[in-house]
Design a protein around this ligand. Structure first.
Ligand code: GUN
Length: 290
């Protein structure tokens, strides 16, 4: 069993991005600029956004963090999105999800200019990605594909089972993996799937993205499978300073011995999500996505 070290790969990619930023600046160009909109004080969202801002600093990007109380109206948030769309200094921006219940996430995501949608959540980007056109690809699916490539994991003709059908991870990663070049045979499994254990057990590559800690057990995994764990649920851990720790969707201790490769949580997919966002921001600043 080999651990897929997302932290290490993400550091390599950050070094590559930082080098590109240096070259842009040396030629008189402008540093890429990412803005992040954070609504409310949800612990997970605050942590993720802070990681994104810190990663910008590490690679030499400019970043702007816009913080709003969770009482912000939908109208005010939509106006903020409009201002960011029109602000020529900002290359790309994200609105961290989830948003409070009184705000339509879909309305907000659709208000983001597709040219600045570095999360790849706008229907225009999702649609273009789906048919293989140049588009911003959402960060977690892009990071998963990058990990498979950097570890030279064979995908051609392999059976990939994606557990979860979210718009952010399950659905887009299933589309990417079935495309030409990656060539997986993909099954999307979800909460209504019958014979789930048997289906997961047929996977050469199993991607767990359901947000249910420890859901994938050893009787769901074929010997030699590649297991990618996207879960990052905070669970109580009184022994830690924070009082919580991150737990993946995979019961790591019992599944890892069966695998050829497995991603840990933390340190697997999470850091790759952040560098994918940096890569998208660099593409946005270079106007590379048409
Ligand atoms: N919430 C969970 N993951 C993400 C992400 O990748 N982008 C945004 N904007 N919100 C999220």
């Amino acid at each position: 069993m080999e651990l897929i070290d997302g932290k290490k790969v993400s550091e390599q990619i950050k070094t590559e991005i930082a080098e590109q930023v240096k070259q842009i600046v040396a030629k008189g160009g402008k540093k890429p600029h990412l803005a992040a909109v954070l609504v409310g004080t949800d612990g997970g969202s605050v942590t993720y956004v802070n990681h994104k801002v810190k990663a910008c600093e590490q690679v030499g990007f400019t970043s702007t963090l816009l913080n709003f109380d969770d009482s912000i109206s939908e109208e005010k948030l939509l106006n903020t999105v409009k201002e960011l769309n029109e602000n020529a200094d900002i290359d790309g921006f994200i609105v961290q999800l989830p948003l409070p219940k009184h705000i339509s996430e879909q309305k907000v995501l659709e208000a983001i200019s597709p040219d600045k949608d570095v999360d790849g959540f706008h229907p225009v980007n999702f649609g273009k990605m789906s048919i293989g056109l140049s588009a911003f690809v959402s960060a977690t699916p892009k990071g998963i594909v990058e990990l498979l490539k950097r570890y030279k994991i064979e995908t051609k003709g392999k059976h990939c089972v994606v557990l979860g059908r979210s718009n952010i991870v399950g659905r887009p990663v299933s589309i990417l993996l079935s495309q030409k070049g990656l060539d997986c045979t993909v099954t999307v499994a979800h909460s209504r799937t019958e014979n789930l254990n048997e289906i997961c057990k047929q996977a050469d590559i199993l991607i767990a993205a359901i947000g249910s800690p420890g859901f994938v057990k050893k009787d769901m995994v074929k010997t030699g499978a590649v297991v990618i764990d996207v879960g990052t649920t905070r669970v109580d851990a009184p022994e830690t300073k924070a009082g919580w720790r991150l737990k993946g969707d995979v019961n790591f201790d019992e599944v890892a011995p069966l695998c050829s490769y497995i991603t840990p949580v933390p340190g697997g997919v999470g850091p790759m999500t952040i560098v994918s966002l940096l890569q998208n921001t660099l593409l946005a600043s270079q106007k590379s996505i048409k």
